[in-house]
Ligand binder design. Structure first.
Ligand SMILES: Cc1ncc(COP(=O)(O)O)c(C=O)c1O
Length: 388
């Protein structure tokens, strides 16, 4: 069976050129970038080239890019590093939103156990944080504001530049998790005005286990990985040179293809979405239709448990994802859709389709062809009538 992969927000396959570069680096550039001899300097040059590429991807300076083990570490570093650096200021409030990734939410919980107070901003029905919401939450105690650039489940893009202006006017440091936007849509740290921005390579055809935190020059940030002072003393540990090189190539590829690919994926996504809405009754799109990353569609299927639909689609060769988490046999509603105030029949029944490089119109049509039958079958197993 040929399979259709529509789960690119979870991860993407390596681009061919990325794999080639990584293999070459693994084979030929074994030096430690901290070594002063020839071998070390060659490895350092590889890391520096990747640093320039990543900096360019987000419109920053290479000296502001710190390589990490991925989006989760970048989020942890941003929040923990900034909080610790701000401790002497006496400010104790952290402001974020209920739809953030667990890498942010659980870090905020960990910081709360150490005396930090977090204020979670409400989001509207389409998942947008508003300027009014932030203004109401900001105080003279606000140390840090962390609002994601785009959400991984629904794709909603936040008005980060506007929110940042408000937060900075009150003296707060601002972080944004751009894991779902960097490499997909233009991201420019200067235009956004943020102090800290998280990136992950495996969301844009780079390898897993490598990412970056962009840190505005001059920002005080305490390292949470201490050791041999790599990355200007901010993130110790011998660099994963091959993975970093792969991230650099992935960044350059993303920049070269971004405009064209965003248009292509947007058109494919719209085709998929419109056809599903037409072909399957009791469906609704979640998120903000006007302000979304172009590859993401999140759809609720009334009277269908998301996990069952995911498994049934997988049997048909279609790989998608559910916003809900299935833990110990009970289906947890998606925390994102819940925060948007959607009713249970939307929060537990949502499927995320996230498109990427290999997807074609023919694949979209295949998904649309199998869905009605799969949904009908699952619905025939339950008794409640189809809602609107
Ligand atoms: C918005 C967001 N932040 C952070 C992460 C974590 O990134 P990583 O898998 O590189 O740790 C993800 C990954 O799913 C994400 O979607």
């Amino acid at each position: 069976m040929t399979r259709v992969y529509m789960d690119h927000n979870a991860t993407t396959p390596l681009a061919e050129a990325v794999a080639d570069k990584m293999m070459a680096v693994l084979r030929e550039e074994f030096g430690n970038p901290s070594s002063v001899h020839h071998f070390g300097q060659r490895a350092k040059a590889v890391v520096d080239e990747a640093r320039s590429a990543v900096a360019e991807l987000v419109g920053g300076d290479p000296s502001e890019v710190i390589f990490t083990s991925g989006g989760t570490e970048s989020d942890n570093f941003a929040l923990r590093g900034a909080a610790e650096a701000l401790e002497p200021s006496g400010r104790r409030q952290l402001v974020s939103s209920g739809i953030e990734h667990e890498a942010v939410l659980n870090t905020l919980k960990a910081l709360a156990r150490r005396g930090w107070q977090s204020t979670m901003l409400p989001v509207g029905a389409t998942g947008l944080v508003t300027a009014e919401g932030l203004t109401a939450a900001l105080t003279d105690q606000t140390a840090l504001v962390s609002i994601m650039h785009a959400n991984n489940e629904i794709g909603t893009i936040q008005p980060v530049a506007e929110l940042t202006r408000l937060a900075k006017a009150r003296g707060a440091v601002v972080h944004t998790d751009a894991v779902q936007t960097a490499g997909k849509i233009p991201v420019n740290v200067r235009a956004l005005g943020v102090d800290l921005l998280s990136i992950s390579a495996h969301k844009f055809y780079g390898p897993k286990g490598v990412g970056a935190l962009w840190v505005r020059r001059g920002l005080r940030l305490l390292p949470f990985m201490t050791g041999g002072k790599q990355e200007r003393g901010r993130r110790s540990g011998t660099e994963n040179v091959a993975a970093i090189a792969g991230m650099g190539v992935a960044a350059r590829l993303a920049m070269a293809k971004m405009a064209e690919e965003a248009l292509r994926l947007g058109a494919l996504r719209d085709r998929l979405e419109q056809r599903i809405l037409q072909a399957v009754p009791g469906t609704a799109v979640n998120g903000d239709p006007g302000t979304r990353v172009p590859n993401t569609s999140n759809i609720s299927f009334d009277r269908v448990e998301a996990e069952s639909l995911l498994i049934a689609l997988d049997l048909e060769g279609v790989a998608v994802s559910t916003g809900s988490a299935c833990s110990s046999g009970t289906l947890e509603p998606s925390h994102v859709l819940k925060a948007m105030g959607l009713p249970t029949h939307r929060t537990q029944n949502s499927i995320r389709f996230s498109l990427g490089a290999a997807n074609t119109e023919a694949e979209v049509d295949r998904v649309v062809a199998v869905l009605p039958g799969v949904v009908d079958k699952l619905r025939s197993l339950t008794r409640t009538p189809v809602r609107g």
